[in-house]
Design a protein around this ligand. Structure first.
Ligand SMILES: *Cc1c(COP(=O)(O)O)cnc(C)c1O
Length: 357
């Protein structure tokens, strides 16, 4: 029990000892001290991503890496699979870059169907440079079966790179970058990793680096080859958010060596089951129950969601609002990061009183 009272699906509640890490004195980012810190961080990111390959940290929010994945890896054509607002962000960025974009849309609240993806790829003559996947759709509380989707891409369109948004899954839902054949996978840290917002972690495959090497104009700030070159020297291309490196080093150490990944994933599954079970009397799950997320639930309550959230606020609890076109009808409970089951139950006790009074 931590007395967490903040259940927004990002940024999430942050442990005081993690906040404390961010107040350490500055070190020079070209120093040996920073090099040690950097190496600790990237080594512990590997088990989190499920990769033995390259992992990186960039000082920006996750959206910057969605854009960078496209600028580094996609010369022309991309297929975007969508099931809600964050998956649609891939599309908006690709369009802003002047790419040729196709969309395979499962619709809000549903998961992308691997068979429909297979049909789409089989029916198009188009060779896509990349296919984008969104592991956990935070706007609707749906987890896509990215292992199956990636398998379909690998089988049917072997030259398409697989670009994966794992922003609200990494650290809460298993990711197996190598086994699932991903090429780029990214997550900002203010969701499942439970740090203050400001940096993004990512993994890049050798295939993606080879693709980037063939792209003459891939930008400067988030040039993957520049990240790779500096990482091989234990460093980053430009001045990083050093406070975040301190916090991330401690958090990854705690996730991997204290809580352990398996226990962390089980805790998130228990939080999903508890949320669904304990809200059933007054709220319906807004999305496909078979793909219900372990990190966030979008709920359709039996009274206006804004009223519920306002009443909870007076009791000291902050819940997430509905997102985008689901804003007026749904609310969201973020049960990710370092929130414990006991905290969730305390909040759900209050929510039950508010919703059924
Ligand atoms: C929050 C979120 C984003 C956006 O991340 P930022 O760090 O705010 O740029 C992208 N995708 C998903 C799935 C998210 O939950």
């Amino acid at each position: 029990m931590t007395n967490a009272n903040f259940f927004v699906p990002g940024p999430t509640w942050v442990r005081p000892e993690i906040l404390q890490e961010m107040t350490r004195p500055m070190i020079a980012h070209r120093s040996a001290q920073f090099g040690d810190l950097f190496l600790r961080v990237v080594a512990n990111l590997k088990p989190l991503f499920g990769t033995t390959g390259d992992t990186f940290v960039a000082s920006c929010s996750g959206t910057a890496l969605l854009e960078a994945a496209l600028t580094n890896c996609v010369p022309r054509r991309v297929l975007v699979t969508t099931s809600g607002a964050f998956a649609e962000r891939w599309m908006a960025i690709a369009e802003s870059l002047g790419l040729e974009v196709d969309q395979l849309n499962a619709g809000w609240g549903s998961a992308v169907d691997p068979e429909k993806l297979a049909d789409h790829l089989a029916s198009r003559r188009t060779q896509y440079d990349a296919v984008t996947l969104t592991h956990n759709e935070t706007s609707t509380g749906v987890t896509n079966d990215v292992a199956a989707l990636a398998r379909v891409v690998r089988e049917q369109s072997p030259n398409s790179l697989i670009l994966v948004d794992a922003v609200s899954s990494l650290g809460g839902i298993p990711v197996h970058f190598d086994d699932w054949g991903f090429d780029v996978c990214l997550a900002s840290v203010q969701k499942g990793i439970a740090l203050p917002p400001g940096i993004t972690v990512f993994a890049v495959s050798p295939r993606a680096l080879a693709r980037a090497a063939k792209r003459p104009y891939r930008g400067t700030y988030l040039d993957f080859l520049s990240y790779k070159k500096h990482a091989d020297d234990g460093n980053v291309p430009t001045t990083p958010s050093i406070p975040h490196f301190y916090a991330l080093a401690k958090q990854l150490d705690d996730i991997i060596n204290v809580e352990t990944l398996d226990a962390r994933y089980r805790r998130h599954e228990a939080m999903r089951e508890t949320t669904i079970r304990r809200t059933a009397a007054y709220a319906e799950l807004a999305s496909d129950a078979d793909h219900a997320s372990a990190t966030v639930s979008a709920l359709l309550p039996n009274r206006p969601p804004d009223e519920l959230r306002a009443a909870m606020k007076t009791r000291g609890f902050t819940l997430g609002g509905g997102y985008g076109k689901w804003k007026a009808t749904t609310f969201r409970i973020g049960h990710m990061g370092d929130i414990q089951l006991a905290d969730l139950n305390t909040m759900l006790d209050a929510l039950e009183e508010v919703a059924t009074s």
